[in-house]
Write a protein that binds this ligand. Structure first.
Ligand SMILES: NC(=O)c1ccc[n+]([C@@H]2O[C@H](COP(=O)([O-])OP(=O)(O)OC[C@H]3O[C@@H](n4cnc5c(N)ncnc54)[C@H](O)[C@@H]3O)[C@@H](O)[C@H]2O)c1
Length: 375
C-alpha cells in the first residue's frame, strides 16, 4: 500500500473548496507515489465548515487553526486565507512541525515574504507555494520550448494573467480590494506569481522594472448599503528586462482585474530569432509554434490531456481548472516524497520571494515614474 498523506486546510473559502475537490478524486491519478486525504478543515466562519461535512475523509472541523495544528493526524497543511494572515498562520504551521502548502502571494509584502522564508529555512519543513497554470499541457510545452534553447536569440517575452469581473461597478468590495487585507500590491500579489512562475523557473528574473499601475474604480458598494474605498492597484503593465545569454531581453508582464473580455486568461509568449511559442487559456487546447523556413509559419497544435502526472482521462479530452489544481498537488506531494524526478515542480519559496522583489520594484517605479532595479 502506498503511504497516506493526511492534509488539513486552513481557510475553507473559494480555494479551500477547490482543494477539497482535487483531493477527493485522488484515485484518478495513475502511479502517483502517495495517497492523499483531506482530514481536517478550519475556517473562522462556522457556516462554511458545513459544506465540508460532505467529504467522507474529513474528521475534524474547527474555527480555530491552532486546534487543527495540534491534531497529530495532520501531516501537511494548506493555507488559503487573506494575505495579512499569511505570515502569522504560516509561522504557526511551521512551529507545529507540519509541512506547508502556502498560497500566493506568500505574505502581504516583500518584508513579510522574506520573514516567512527565514522561518521556513529555520524550520527545515517542506514548503511550496500555489501556482497551478504551468501544469496545463500548453504551458508545459511552452516551458519546454523556451528551455530548449532552440528559439535562437530571444526577441521578447510576454506573460500575463487577466480578469474582468471588476468591470461591474456594482460588484461589492471584498478583502482583495483593500490594502489592509490584500496588500498595497493588489493585483500584483493576487495574480502575479501565476504569471512569473514559468519565467522564474527558466531563470528569467527581471533585473529592472518600469511599471504602469492603475486604480480604476476608487470605491464600490460595501454590500451593506454603503460605499467602501478601494485602495489596491487594479491593473499592472510592467516593462522589464532580464538577462538572456548576455543580452538585455524585454519581458512584458500584464496583470489585470479590468481586462475587457478576459474571464481568466493566463498566457505566455516567447519569441526568438529561430522559433517562437504562444499559449493562452483563452483557447486552452491550442499551442502556437513559430518556425522560420523559406516562409514564416505559425503552426497550431491541438493538445489534450497530456498531463505531468497521467491519470485515467483519455489523451484527447480537455483539462480544466480543477485538473491543473490536482496536478499541482500531485507535484507537491511527489516532490515531498522525493519522487518528482525531472517533472515540473510547484513554485518554490525562493520563487515566491523573487516575485515579491519584482512587485516591490514595481511599486517604487510607480512612485518615481522611473525604471527601478529589482533587488
Ligand atoms: N491559486 C489560485 O488560483 C488562487 C485563486 C484564488 C485565491 N488564491 C489565494 O488563496 C488565498 C485565499 O483566497 P480565497 O479566494 O480562497 O479567499 P476567500 O475569501 O474565498 O477564502 C478565505 C477564507 O479564509 C477564512 N479565514 C479568514 N481568517 C481565517 C483564520 N484566521 N483562520 C481560518 N480561516 C480564516 C475566511 O473566513 C474565508 O472563508 C489567498 O492567498 C489568495 O490569494 C489562490
Amino acid at each position: 500500500m502506498k503511504p497516506l498523506v493526511r492534509i488539513g486546510v486552513i481557510g475553507g473559502g473559494l480555494m479551500g473548496r477547490e482543494v477539497a475537490n482535487a483531493l477527493a478524486r485522488w484515485f484518478v491519478l495513475e502511479n502517483h507515489p502517495v495517497r492523499a486525504e483531506l482530514v481536517a478543515v478550519c475556517d473562522v466562519q462556522a457556516k462554511l465548515l458545513e459544506w465540508f461535512r460532505q467529504v467522507p475523509t474529513v474528521r475534524q472541523l474547527t474555527t480555530d487553526h491552532r486546534e487543527l495544528l495540534a491534531n497529530p493526524d495532520v501531516d501537511v497543511v494548506y493555507v488559503a486565507v487573506p494575505h495579512q494572515l499569511h505570515e502569522p498562520v504560516y509561522r504557526d504551521v511551521l512551529q507545529a512541525g507540519k509541512d506547508l502548502f502556502a498560497e500566493k502571494p506568500f505574505g502581504i509584502d516583500l518584508d513579510a515574504a522574506r520573514r516567512i522564508a527565514a522561518a521556513v529555512e529555520a524550520s527545515g519543513r517542506f514548503v511550496r507555494v500555489s501556482s497551478e497554470f504551468p501544469f496545463l499541457p500548453g504551458a508545459q510545452r511552452a516551458f519546454a520550448a523556451a528551455r530548449s534553447g532552440a528559439l535562437g536569440r530571444l526577441i521578447e517575452v510576454r506573460v500575463g494573467y487577466l480578469h474582468s469581473s471588476d468591470l461591474d461597478p456594482q460588484k461589492p468590495v471584498n478583502w482583495k480590494r483593500q490594502s489592509v487585507y490584500c496588500g498595497e500590491v493588489g493585483v500584483l500579489g493576487d495574480l502575479g506569481l501565476h504569471a512569473v512562475h514559468v519565467p522564474l523557473r527558466l531563470g528569467w528574473k527581471p533585473a529592472s522594472v518600469y511599471a504602469q499601475l492603475q486604480r480604476i474604480y476608487t470605491e464600490r458598494p460595501d454590500g451593506k448599503g454603503g460605499i467602501a474605498p478601494i485602495d489596491t492597484w487594479d491593473n499592472a503593465t510592467l516593462a522589464t528586462y532580464f538577462d538572456y545569454r548576455g543580452a538585455r531581453t524585454p519581458m512584458r508582464i500584464e496583470l489585470k482585474r479590468f481586462g475587457p473580455g478576459e474571464t481568466n486568461s493566463w498566457f505566455i509568449e516567447v519569441l526568438g530569432t529561430d522559433g517562437g511559442v504562444k499559449y493562452s487559456t483563452k483557447t486552452p487546447k491550442t499551442l502556437w509554434t513559430f518556425r522560420r523556413d523559406k516562409e514564416q509559419i505559425w503552426d497550431s497544435t491541438d493538445l489534450g490531456f497530456q498531463m505531468v502526472f497521467p491519470g485515467i482521462t483519455g489523451a484527447i479530452f480537455e483539462p480544466g481548472f480543477p485538473d491543473i489544481l490536482q496536478q499541482m498537488w500531485a507535484a507537491f506531494l511527489a516532490e515531498r516524497a522525493g519522487q518528482l524526478g525531472d517533472r515540473f515542480g510547484c513554485a518554490t519559496v525562493a520563487e515566491a520571494v523573487a516575485s515579491h522583489e519584482i512587485w516591490a520594484a514595481a511599486l517604487e517605479s510607480q512612485r518615481t515614474n522611473s525604471a527601478v532595479a529589482v533587488k
